[in-house]
Design a protein around this ligand. Structure first.
Ligand code: SF4
Length: 230
């Protein structure tokens, strides 16, 4: 299938599946693309999708990008989920350690050049892992950020060259938390401490009442995305 055909297939399927349930979209995705993976950040949306995947297709690979800079609560959430679902997460690491990064690029690259830091610790590892798959599933939602407002349930991801499924693209934050409560899903306790969006410890702060939920990411910088999503 050439690029145009893949884009057309994604467009057609996105229209067909726009009103399908997240579970049905996951079912379609894993049946049509058995060589598929889910990218888990252990945020609220992603723990929901892990729970759904465990019910629909428990053998699907789930990976996380270990930047080496996650909060300890994020690693604890990973461990609790491993125990609860008796599953494992594929750990994807950057090519260089934090010490090597400091030696090569200077201390606190996340302050001097956060795009370079994200490229080393997130984008390159993501590109490497996704090259092994035909499709990936993500937990992005349209109302998280203007950059995500046009996310389709099915897209052809031209950046990484594979099919992309966003089964909860239409959900609100309330939908996510309703699912978490109804299904007793393990979640990152930082969400209860005014961290609606959780990334690396260096680049995430609590948000104040009335602030945008993603205001705590790269605060003080005009950066809004890691470079993982278009
Ligand atoms: S979020 Fe911050 S610390 Fe993490 S990779 Fe990006 S710039 Fe580096």
């Amino acid at each position: 299938m050439n690029l145009l055909e893949k884009e057309n297939l994604a467009r057609t399927k996105a229209e067909e599946l726009e009103n399908a349930s997240p579970e049905d979209i996951i079912r379609y995705a894993v049946e049509t693309f058995p060589n598929i993976t889910f990218a888990c950040s252990f945020g609220a949306e992603d723990v929901v999708l892990v729970d759904m995947l465990q019910k629909v297709s428990p053998s699907t690979d789930v990976f996380y990008l270990d930047t080496d800079f996650h909060f300890k609560e994020t690693y604890e959430t990973r461990d609790l989920m491993k125990e609860k679902y008796n599953m494992d997460f594929v750990r994807v690491s950057p090519k260089i350690t934090p010490e090597e990064q400091a030696a090569q690029h200077g201390e606190e690259l996340w302050k001097s050049d956060p795009n370079a830091c994200c490229n080393i610790r997130k984008v390159e590892p993501l590109t490497r892992i996704l090259s092994k798959y035909d499709a990936w599933i993500t937990g992005i939602r349209r109302d998280q950020a203007p950059t995500r407002a046009n996310a389709k349930k099915v897209e052809y991801d031209t950046k990484f060259g594979l099919m992309k499924f966003n089964p909860i693209a239409h959900w609100t934050s309330e939908d996510v938390w309703d699912y978490i409560r109804a299904n007793n899903v393990v979640y990152n306790p930082l969400h209860d401490q005014n961290y609606p969006s959780i990334g690396c410890e260096h680049c995430t702060r609590q948000v104040m009442p009335g602030e945008d939920p993603r205001a705590g990411r790269w605060s003080g910088n005009d950066k809004t995305e890691c470079g993982l999503h278009k």
